[in-house]
Design a binder for this molecule. Structure first.
Ligand SMILES: [Ca+2]
Ligand SMILES: [Ca+2]
Ligand SMILES: [Zn+2]
Length: 545
């Protein structure tokens, strides 16, 4: 066909042939009518149907949406048996019937010279000449002949080359080179898309993948809302405080084992956990930028082994802080439930904003332990050991050997004593409470209430309620049993209660009422979920009438 036309679906006034914008084809410019009338669409579908039957489009992928059950079939256009560069359409079918389509195709000639005048090596030479490079090597698997639409009326046989430079790891390009005369139509780096995801080793030697950003020949632990819809940065304090601090970087996007790799990965997982379970888009539900600071260390600033969320910090600003191993050689950033715990504090900050003192403060900690554990179970298989889901908090932070020693326990809080672990005298060795009768009274160091009046010490009662509901079991103090309602229901009830029904001053009684209200609201008065929530609240010592 000499007088070939490009026929771009629904966008008859296309300014560029090569603007492959699948999904945007129905947009219209301001002040102009929308394109894509039913008539156009009907014509396009009929045309595509005939072309597919004639073998000029081949199925290259298909998926069915799990909510709408609409099937999306992806087709690659062929001309003379070769793929047409940029010729790709997606047909959407409902109940097996095509109802719309997206993408772009060309009125390409049915026959075309398919024997290249140039060899692959000659095409590579032409490319090298064009960009003044030497010594490039081709990836044989990824190099292929295609039909390149030079214009609406001209289709050329071309090589799509995939070239690397063995001496320069950062050089990795695709080039479209005319197979007859060596004209270089197009070339671009494969690296931005190929290597946007970094690969590194977590603290436990496990391989992790995470978003990075390339800038000036280095990669940074930085997602500029490209992989996930929020900006995420992870800084390396390099074992100091107040000194130069920069976003962690790597020359080749391959990262050595370090907890910065865990932290950067786990912040993304936690975002995914909240979004997938509750539809929450980051702590503020508006894709709040999230910054983490790893390897921060200063005894003079009172910064010992710890991890925390700070809404404000005079030196570095809002973010999550992971302090370096100091007295206990802990790797807090290496524990997924701890990263999810810290980020959950940010969720609380933007919702209930529970005051960080006394019972509201203990509830603030409770929510973080509950969601830290729920996130662990969302991503990890059940078991005992690193990277396995369990009912303790922070166990993966304890090198060199895995242990539950000194971890808060949700299955039976009484198995641990945070006050004992913290080195207080034996008169203070209260077990972590599982029941309101075990709540630790205000303890003083001088005139100061220890632990902000026991925000950690007393935070274990409600995570135990979560355990009773999700897993089922008996309270170790009251011996009252609760039948499991399962993770999904327990998660929904806790999230709804803590995010939608609590305020800065909610106390333990208020939290119990919030959980009951959530179970009632979500599952109804006659539901087993509501009945077991009542049992769980009774198990920790309240009367539910
Ligand atoms: Ca675990
Ligand atoms: Ca855990
Ligand atoms: Zn906390």
């Amino acid at each position: 066909m000499r007088k070939a036309l490009a026929l771009i679906l629904f966008l008859t006034a296309a300014s560029s042939l090569f603007a492959v914008q699948a999904g945007l084809m129905r947009a219209s410019a301001p002040g102009q009518p929308a394109t894509g009338s039913a008539k156009t669409e009907k014509f396009a579908l009929a045309y595509l149907d005939a072309e597919i039957r004639a073998g000029r489009f081949v199925l290259s992928g298909a998926q069915t949406d799990s909510l709408s059950f609409v099937e999306h079939r992806r087709y690659q256009q062929l001309a003379a048996g070769l793929p047409v560069w940029g010729g790709e359409v997606i047909v959407h079918l409902r109940n097996g019937k095509a109802e719309s389509c997206d993408g772009q195709y060309f009125l390409a000639p049915a026959s075309l010279e398919t024997t290249p005048a140039l060899t692959r090596a000659q095409a590579l030479q032409a490319f090298e000449g064009g960009i003044k490079a030497t010594g490039l090597v081709l990836d044989a698997e990824r190099t292929a002949l295609v039909v390149y639409p030079v214009s609406e009326t001209e289709f050329r046989l071309a090589y799509k080359l995939w070239a690397r430079d063995p001496g320069k790891p950062m050089f990795n390009e695709s080039a479209l080179v005319d197979a007859a005369d060596g004209t270089v139509y197009l070339h671009f780096s494969n690296i931005q898309t190929d290597l946007l995801i970094g690969v590194g080793l977590g603290q436990r030697g496990d391989t992790l993948k995470f978003p990075t950003y390339r800038y000036n020949n280095a990669y940074y632990l930085w997602d500029q809302a490209a992989v996930r819809p929020f900006t995420q940065r992870t800084f390396d304090g390099k074992h100091q405080y107040g000194a130069d601090i920069s976003i962690s970087n790597s020359a080749n996007n391959s990262w050595p084992s370090d907890n910065i790799v865990n932290i950067h990965t786990y912040v993304g997982y936690t975002y995914d956990f909240y979004f997938l379970n509750f539809g929450l888009k980051g702590p503020n539900n508006a894709n709040l930028p999230l910054t983490s600071f790893a390897h921060i260390y200063s005894v003079s600033q009172g910064l010992y082994d710890n991890a925390f969320w700070l809404s404000d910090n005079a030196l570095y600003g809002q973010g999550m802080y992971f302090l370096d191993p100091y007295n206990g050689n802990k790797d807090y950033g290496a524990a997924f439930d701890i990263v999810a715990h810290e980020l959950s504090h940010a969720v609380t900050t933007y919702h209930a904003n529970l005051t960080y003192f006394g019972e509201p403060g203990a509830l603030n900690e409770s929510f973080s332990d509950v969601m830290g554990t729920a996130a662990e179970w969302h991503f990890q298989p059940a078991g005992t050991g690193y990277n396995l889901a369990d009912w303790a908090n922070g166990e993966d932070a304890s090198p060199p050997a895995f242990t539950y020693d000194k971890c808060r326990r949700q299955d039976n809080p009484n198995l641990n004593s945070q006050l004992k672990n913290a080195g207080y005298s034996s008169a203070y060795w209260y077990p972590d409470p599982a029941h309101i009768a075990q709540k630790v009274p205000t303890l003083y160091s001088g005139t100061t209430a220890i632990d902000n009046d026991n925000v950690h010490v007393n935070c274990t009662i409600f995570p135990h309620v979560f355990y009773l509901l999700a897993h089922g079991g008996a309270n170790p103090y009251s011996n009252r049993t609760v039948a499991a309602i399962g993770f999904e229901a327990a998660k929904r009830i806790f999230y709804d209660a803590f995010v939608n029904r609590m305020t800065s001053s909610t106390n333990f009684l208020g939290a119990s009422n919030a959980l009951l209200a959530s179970a009632l609201s979500l599952y109804g008065a006659s539901s087993n979920e509501y009945a077991q929530t009542k049992e769980a609240i009774r198990a920790i010592g309240y009367t539910v009438s």
